[in-house]
Design a protein around this ligand. Structure first.
Ligand code: FES
Ligand code: FES
Length: 153
């Protein structure tokens, strides 16, 4: 039995220790905001935060992250009012939407490390793929979120 802590809640999991975290999050715990894209740590659709850093949850096992603080998209806010979520809505970033929870998690982490990111910082820091090509709107939303975060700090 392994314990993992997600969005402040501890879950005791009776599954194989080498189960990828993404499977535990979606299938065992039932938090489906984190998406399965490639399964090989390439696309970023499965991005969660572990100690504030973006981690591709398809590429780590539950044994490796047991006891660490994990945040999924559901942990940002109850009502989509996290400043990054608000900026995403205001800038109408998503097209199909599939990659977007991973993009938002990556953006939250980027803004924690770089509260005033330049376009270059965003291009270097945001490595998640979007097949719909929403990159210009993602960049715009990150600048908006940076302003919103300053207003509330
Ligand atoms: S599903 Fe994890 S990186 Fe693509
Ligand atoms: S919005 Fe469709 S893949 Fe990114």
């Amino acid at each position: 039995m392994l314990e993992i802590k997600i969005n402040g809640n501890t879950h005791k999991l009776d599954i194989e220790p080498d189960t990828p975290l993404l499977w535990a999050i979606r299938d065992t715990i039932g938090l489906t905001g984190t998406k399965y894209g490639c399964g090989i740590q390439q696309c970023g659709a499965c991005t969660v935060l572990i100690k504030g850093r973006p981690v591709r949850s398809c590429g780590v096992t539950i044994e490796e992250v047991s006891g660490q603080d994990i945040t999924t998209i559901e942990g940002l806010s109850d009502d989509n009012t996290h400043p990054v979520q608000k900026a995403w809505i205001a800038e109408e970033v998503p097209q199909c939407g599939y990659c977007q929870s991973g993009q938002i998690m990556a953006a939250v982490s980027l803004l924690e490390r770089k509260p005033n990111p330049t376009d270059k910082d965003i291009d270097r820091g945001m490595l998640n793929l979007c097949r719909c090509g929403t990159y210009p709107r993602i960049r715009k939303a990150i600048h908006s979120a940076s302003k919103l975060l300053k207003e509330i700090s």
